[in-house]
Ligand binder design. Structure first.
Ligand code: ADP
Ligand code: PAZ
Ligand code: K
Length: 232
């Protein structure tokens, strides 16, 4: 039986057959086209999706072959104190991956379209987390919600602060602001978990990790590895 795994995020999606050696990264806007090429080989499609429009299309296309990750399938994680119906499937997969790769307590910082955190304690409880707009999303909202601000490009290193022109002011404002926000979340969330491990993952993980020397950089395709773990 051939199982295809898919992690469908708001910007990118990852596709893999039962291992992490050959992972294809596809823009989520193109994911249905990509899956159409592969549909004939797929006996089972195991998906973590946070894009309901795509989830709906997958239900129609794959029917009974489709398995959607939700908190009820994540038997190794307990959700006693959280609203488990509301938690994104990628965040549940991150919790499973954190449990597999690190010793608890552990907080994942997923730097994607949004920055999310997921905190898992020693007794495998999902304690909850945080959601805030990521580096690109903050740039986009500044450009779209104002008359005069340009869309500032992403840069791999920090822009000068104080910024000497509009672009530098946006880049340093957003990027330093997010680093500060993550620092604050770590300090705040670690009050009850002083020895917790911090793990960075997601498309922007390398950028942020540089500013957190005590944190870990997750192995490649970390979220997807959580999804694969589920199928074992
Ligand atoms: N070349 C790039 N194209 C798009 N996003 C990038 C790029 N380099 C860094 N990023 C950052 O990575 C984020 C997307 O990360 P990703 O993990 O793919 O997101 P998601 O899981 O939401 O699909 C973007 O929002 C942006 O902040
Ligand atoms: C918070 C998210 C938008 C993050 O998505 P991403 O940036 O990884 O594409 C996604 O996990 C989501 O839609 N979650 C549902 C709400 C929640 O997790 O509480
Ligand atoms: K993600």
């Amino acid at each position: 039986m051939k199982t295809l795994f898919a992690n469908i995020g708001n910007t990118h999606s990852e596709l893999a057959w039962d291992n992490l050696v050959n992972v294809d990264i596809i823009k989520t806007v193109d994911i249905m086209k990509e899956l159409a090429y592969r549909a004939h080989e797929v006996d089972r499609l195991v998906v973590a999706s946070v894009v309901p429009k795509v989830t709906g299309q997958l239900c129609v296309r794959f029917g009974q072959k489709l398995i959607l990750l939700n908190a009820e399938l994540a038997k190794s994680i307990k959700f006693a104190d959280v609203d488990h119906f509301s938690i994104g499937a990628d965040r549940i997969a991150n919790a499973i991956a954190a449990q597999k790769h690190y010793s608890a307590p552990v907080m994942v910082v997923d730097c994607g379209t949004c920055v999310t955190t997921e905190l898992i304690d020693k007794s495998n409880q999902f304690q909850g987390g945080n959601i805030l707009p990521g580096r690109l999303l903050q740039r986009k909202i500044l450009a779209s919600a104002t008359g005069q601000l340009p869309l500032a490009p992403l840069n791999s290193s920090l822009a000068k602060s104080p910024g000497r022109h509009t672009m530098e002011a946006i880049q340093s404002g957003v990027d330093l602001g997010l680093i500060g926000a993550i620092e604050k979340l770590i300090t705040h969330n670690s009050k009850n978990f002083p020895d917790m491990t911090i793990v960075f993952t997601g498309g922007d993980a390398k950028f942020f990790k540089k500013h957190f020397p005590d944190a870990e950089l997750a192995p490649p395709h970390f979220t997807l590895s959580g999804l694969l773990e589920l199928a074992k």
